[in-house]
Design a protein around this ligand. Structure first.
Ligand code: ABN
Length: 172
């Protein structure tokens, strides 16, 4: 028996065995169940907080992994002539912001953060940082970072983003 014939023979036997064990309806129902499972699996909730906690946090404000940047999206003002919490000269801080809660691994406490955009100059273009810890979809606008918060400023050009500590987040 050649290899081809042997493969044909084995495939035929396996198919016949399968056909004898399952009705067509049972096969279709199992197949449907598998498809449903594959579609639903990505929708299940994931403990993203636990994943985020495993990311190494630094205390260098020019790096995206600085702990205060846990929910920032934009260019870091610390790389654009400002600091982690103050806008570069010639730009104005947006009065409206998005907020987040960041865990400070150096003292073990959680902090309420305000992320303000600095406005009035064209994009800084340095140190892009996009971290979305606790970010919510657009319908929770104040918890979404994908918005140009300079739109309420006289000059709505977006330059960079800062992260300002508002206070310690107390556990109830
Ligand atoms: N809040 C930062 C930002 C600015 C412009 C566009 C998207 C995100």
């Amino acid at each position: 028996m050649t290899l081809d014939e042997r493969i044909n023979y084995l495939t035929e036997r396996a198919t016949r065995l399968l056909a004898r064990s399952f009705s067509r309806r049972a096969m279709l129902s199992r197949f449907g169940l598998m498809l449903t499972g594959a579609a639903v699996l990505p929708l299940l909730p994931v403990r993203r907080g636990a994943l985020a906690a495993t990311v190494q946090q630094t205390d260098d404000p020019t790096h995206c992994d600085y702990w205060k940047y846990c929910a920032i999206d934009g260019f870091l003002c610390a790389c654009c002539g400002g600091s982690s919490h103050s806008c570069p000269p010639g730009t104005d801080q947006s009065p409206i912001t998005w907020i987040g809660t960041c865990h400070n691994p150096f003292d073990g406490r959680d902090y309420l953060m305000s992320y303000n955009d600095c406005c009035g100059k064209t994009s800084c273009g340095s140190c892009t940082c996009n971290r979305n810890e606790g970010e919510k979809p657009m319908y929770r606008l104040s918890l979404n970072n994908d918005v140009n918060w300079c739109l309420a400023n006289d000059n709505p050009n977006y330059h960079c983003s800062v992260s300002v500590v508002l206070g310690v987040a107390e556990k109830p």
